[in-house]
Design a protein around this ligand. Sequence first.
Ligand SMILES: Cc1cc2nc3c(=O)[nH]c(=O)nc-3n(C[C@H](O)[C@H](O)[C@H](O)COP(=O)(O)OP(=O)(O)OC[C@H]3O[C@@H](n4cnc5c(N)ncnc54)[C@H](O)[C@@H]3O)c2cc1C
Length: 469
Amino acid sequence: MSAKSSVRTITEAARQIKVCREADVVVVGGGPGGIGSAITAARGGADTVLIERYSHLGGMATGGLINILPNLSDISGKQHIYGLNQEIIDRMDARGGAFYPKKKDWGTTDKKVVDYYRNTNMGNFYIRKDPNLGGQERVLYTAVVDPEILKDELNDMIQEAGVDLLLHSWGTRPIMEGGTVKGVFFESKSGRQAILGKVVIDATGDGDIFVEAGAEFDGSLDSKRRTAWLAFTTWVTGVDIQKADDFKASQPEKYAERMQELMKLGGYPHYMKGILKNQRNVIWYHSFQIKPEASDAKDVRELTRVDIRGRKRALITYEFMKKHVPGFENSFIMQTAPQLGLQGGRRVIGEYILTDKDMESDEVFEDTIVVLANNDNGEISAKHPTICVPYRCLVPKEVDGLLVACRAFSSTESVNQWFNIIPPCIAYGQAAGTAAAMSVSSGIQPRKVDYKALHKNLVNQGVNLPDIK
Ligand SMILES: Cc1cc2nc3c(=O)[nH]c(=O)nc-3n(C[C@H](O)[C@H](O)[C@H](O)COP(=O)(O)OP(=O)(O)OC[C@H]3O[C@@H](n4cnc5c(N)ncnc54)[C@H](O)[C@@H]3O)c2cc1C
């Protein structure tokens, strides 16, 4: 069915909007970047409001069913990401909601141990080949978390920090005074309202706020990269995984034939086993696994199309597997992700743009806010196992009163694809929230925050940073 479109425009009448809150810091979006921002801004003494369009916090880590925090260590097993990331994992661990390789196993090449983790939930995320050791496999520090416990834990953390949380609230536009952001308009069941803030943090992932603020950005997407693909994620339970594995191993040709048939029908031929702690009956599908195509995640018709198609394909897969693959007889769809997955999109042009050159440099910036493991780039990773990210990647080049702390940080697409994942976004949030609170308390613009003071503040919070001059 083709959409009936129109080219007409209409003028919206100006009207008075209720200012429901005057805060120090307003964070828009409650995903990894947003929760990092809000918790640290509030802990830093700023009166902080967080608005999130859905009913839960966590963004893709919960609502997208992407419950993996990878690359917390480099390939040798040395941990680099600490700070709020580690605090969240510790809190999840205390509630039985986290799984990760034991510390003593990080970096091991012991084949028995490597195989143990490979065969556990989300296996491959715990293992990387080390080019420095002739491609031997080693165990990494990657954590997997339970999304339902995480939603509750993040609510607790946000409340403990004293953040004023508004769920079901969709940030629409910044309130501008010249080139400075002074707050946001948002829509909810309570109607259109405004919140004023001294600093606004765009943590929408898609950069909804910085675009409207007039910040320069790069929206180009390469259809060959996963940053351009939308994902529909499904968890299926009641699977006898051992029986399915036995069928696959004993009749590989028959299994391959059936998967071909499934693909022709539009289903997903691959899945990952276990979502947490070795559950032996749950599997994970996402739609990157079948002929991915670039989608414009800012186009509501495209979002609608991908959601309808993803759901259809999930059902085709489930019905086919149940009928044709031993082990799936008693399976059922446990959950489909409440939100479509995306890991790319617009990237703000900041005071610094992280590029491929930085992947091959060991430069420690004077405003480094996080050290990230550079694990997925073969020879480059071997020579440069880490990369420093400067605070300037969160500061839009021209617009004031605004920071960007999410996957839309200032970077080229080729770099963004590696460093826009959940742990870095939490870390960007931790830096942005800290800087926002500092900016408010000293009455200066975020771009003027003193790098040395920011460094000291982050180190005091347990962030692992190299010394700066
Ligand atoms: C299929 C797939 C697999 C992936 N695998 C992994 C993986 O294994 N590990 C990993 O770490 N990363 C993975 N990623 C990437 C990762 O999920 C994202 O890059 C990461 O979640 C980005 O965090 P964020 O805070 O920038 O954005 P998001 O997680 O998208 O969070 C943005 C939040 O803002 C809210 N929001 C958006 N717009 C508005 C608005 N206008 N007003 C109010 N609220 C708004 C959203 O509802 C959401 O809660 C994967 C992504 C996909 C799609």
